[in-house]
Design a protein around this ligand. Structure first.
Ligand SMILES: NC(=O)c1ccc[n+]([C@@H]2O[C@H](COP(=O)([O-])OP(=O)(O)OC[C@H]3O[C@@H](n4cnc5c(N)ncnc54)[C@H](O)[C@@H]3O)[C@@H](O)[C@H]2O)c1
Length: 563
């Protein structure tokens, strides 16, 4: 991957247009008067820093004859490129917070690195400088071995089901999901089960999860392909820059599928319908097609239903599996409520009115959690059975948001429908100062996709404040997508361990039983495979049966190196 490619992936990860790359901007802005400089923090030792610098000086784009590297002291270096002096200085940073969900011992050390040039900057020196910034950023963000061990240790059920499956050896995998730690743990489990790491293409769905850059860096360092295929492109709500970027990603996906098939491999996609929605699951719709898929989300199921062509491959439905419904959703709802509290640390929740739109699998759990906190929760659902269930659980219920908003002035409205839940008709009724928390992207898309006559102001790391035609202000928390995945990891690794183990079981099943499954969406084989594997029993024993942990085992067994 070239420098400009890695820079544009980073921009895509951060939801920014390609021209505003940090490194390019700061390097060029300081060029004319002060030379180039960059400061970056990262988890690396002086030796690792030196290795990266040496590899850049040996690499592509460097003027002929490797520039000599003077080691002034460990972690401090000087070199000359095309007559420009380039200095790299670094120092250890004291007591940085853990940058993983579990803390580890010894804590991962971090260094601050300063890169400077002096004198006129030649084109060759500029290219080397930018490459150094890029490579050191990737290295500094990459998980350390101890951090990776902590992720693996936090997912014992994935480990348990990651036994060798011979069928996996013939497959390549496109894994499109959130860039979070449990995705790393899952893919390492797939490798232990027999998947070749040279045949993994990871794609971020574009949510701004907290550690997305770390995950991306580690994927690249580990040898995977890693890129972004944003959900907004699949949903048709992306801007021109994002669409243009996605065209390039699709080309890389096509090339990966083509290479895999040419090498005699079949291609499995684990996704939320993103690739299938584009026609990769039906013969003839595109030049390349995949061989099987595991579908993870409800919105993915909707996308598949509207995909071009007829589904010609088996797709295992994790989204509606008993495992996801019974176990996964409890953890998802918990992460939604935790995120909500964290993004509004100054807000009072207890005793106040909240409106929950959609009392489905997710919304019902969020409604119960908020009521348990002391919120007075009302519910809107378009499905009468959902309304009956909500009413019989003691919630005040309404058939429409309009009715609910006429009765109460909630300080918070939760979106959990996956549909356009706030409509034009509701806008005049929104109370001034209301917060909108969407856990599905479409719910508040009336505002997030830009509504005529509504002014918006970004509140960094919080959301977007909209001034409505009524004069009221409403703040949509996050970036208009699932709030629990906005600058947040979402679910604890142990919380998603069972779901990821089940996904591994589903992946093994579809790779092994491809011919027996046949084309179409399959739910029963997922539930059966999970049952036959004894995953629920294993989950109960691992987390719930009250088995005593060893002393000092709060974050899993203590690694030998830490004792
Ligand atoms: N943020 C996350 O991490 C996360 C996790 C899981 C699901 N989701 C998303 O949340 C959404 C809901 O998922 P689910 O599994 O709970 O689905 P679900 O089908 O179980 O629930 C949706 C509910 O919304 C109701 N509804 C539909 N349109 C409505 C409207 N206009 N007004 C009020 N109610 C309406 C439906 O009748 C249903 O009861 C989906 O889009 C899904 O992709 C997000």
């Amino acid at each position: 991957m070239s420098v400009s490619e890695t820079e544009s992936v980073r921009d895509a990860l951060n939801g920014r247009p390609a021209e505003s790359a940090d490194a390019t901007e700061s390097a060029d802005a300081t060029d004319a008067t002060d030379g180039l400089y960059e400061v970056l923090d990262g988890r690396m030792s002086p030796d690792q820093l030196q290795d990266v610098v040496r590899s850049v000086l040996r690499g592509e784009g460097v003027p002929p004859g490797e520039p000599e590297l003077e080691v002034l002291k460990p972690g401090t270096y000087r070199t000359y490129v095309d007559g420009t002096c380039l200095e790299i200085r670094s120092r250890p940073l004291p007591d940085v917070a853990p940058d993983t969900l579990d803390h580890i011992l010894p804590a991962a050390g971090s260094r601050q690195v300063l890169l400077t040039t002096s004198g006129p900057v030649s084109d060759g020196a500029r290219a080397v400088f930018r490459r150094l910034v890029e490579k050191l950023t990737l290295r500094g963000q990459c998980y350390t071995e101890a951090e990776i061990e902590s992720i693996v240790r936090a997912m014992p059920l994935v480990d348990r089901y990651a036994t060798k499956e011979p069928a996996l050896a013939d497959w390549a995998l496109i894994f499109r999901d959130h860039y979070v730690e449990n995705s790393v743990g899952f893919l390492l489990g797939m490798e232990r089960a027999g998947l070749d790491p040279d045949w993994v293409f990871a794609l971020s769905k574009g949510d701004r999860t907290l550690h997305r850059s770390r995950v991306h860096s580690w994927f690249l360092q580990h040898g995977y392909l890693s890129d972004v295929l944003d959900n907004s492109v699949i949903n048709g709500s992306a801007d021109a820059t994002a669409q243009a970027y996605a065209l390039g990603v699709n080309e890389r996906v096509n090339a990966f599928i083509w290479r895999a098939h040419a090498a005699g491999r079949k291609v499995l996609v684990i996704d939320d319908g993103g690739l299938l929605a584009q026609g990769y699951g039906s013969r003839g719709a595109l030049t390349e097609h995949i061989d099987a898929a595991v579908e993870l989300t409800v919105s993915g199921l909707k996308r598949i239903a509207g995909a071009p062509g007829e589904l010609s491959i088996p797709v295992l439905n994790m989204a509606r599996s008993r495992l996801k419904t019974m176990l996964g959703y409890n953890e998802i709802a918990d992460s939604c409520v935790r995120r909500l509290r964290a993004v509004l640390p100054g807000e009072k929740f207890i005793g106040r009115h909240v409106l929950v739109l959609g009392y489905g699998t997710l919304g019902a759990r969020v409604a119960h959690a908020l009521r348990a906190l002391g919120c007075r929760v009302s519910v809107v659902d378009t499905d009468v059975l959902a309304l009956i269930t909500a009413a019989e659980h003691g919630f005040e219920t309404y058939r429409t948001a309009t009715e609910a908003l006429r009765d109460h002035s909630p300080f918070l409205i939760i979106g959990g429908t996956g549909e356009l839940a706030v409509t034009e008709e509701n806008l005049p009724l929104l109370p001034d100062g209301v917060y909108l928390a969407g856990f599905a992207t479409k719910d508040f898309s009336l505002l997030s996709e830009g509504h005529p006559g509504v002014e918006s102001t970004v509140v960094p790391y919080v959301g977007v404040r909209y001034l409505l035609p009524s004069g009221a202000a409403a703040t949509l928390l996050g970036d208009g997508r699932s709030l629990n995945l906005f600058e947040y990891e979402g679910i604890a690794n142990r919380g998603y361990d069972a779901y990821r183990a089940g996904t591994l079981i589903a992946a093994r099943t579809v790779c092994r039983d491809l011919d027996a499954l046949g084309p179409g969406l399959h739910l029963e084989p997922v539930d059966r495979a999970v049952d036959e594997a004894g995953l629920f029993d294993a989950y109960y024993e691992e987390y719930l049966a009250g088995a005593r942990r060893r002393a000092g085992d709060a974050a899993g067994p203590v690694p030998a190196t830490a004792r």
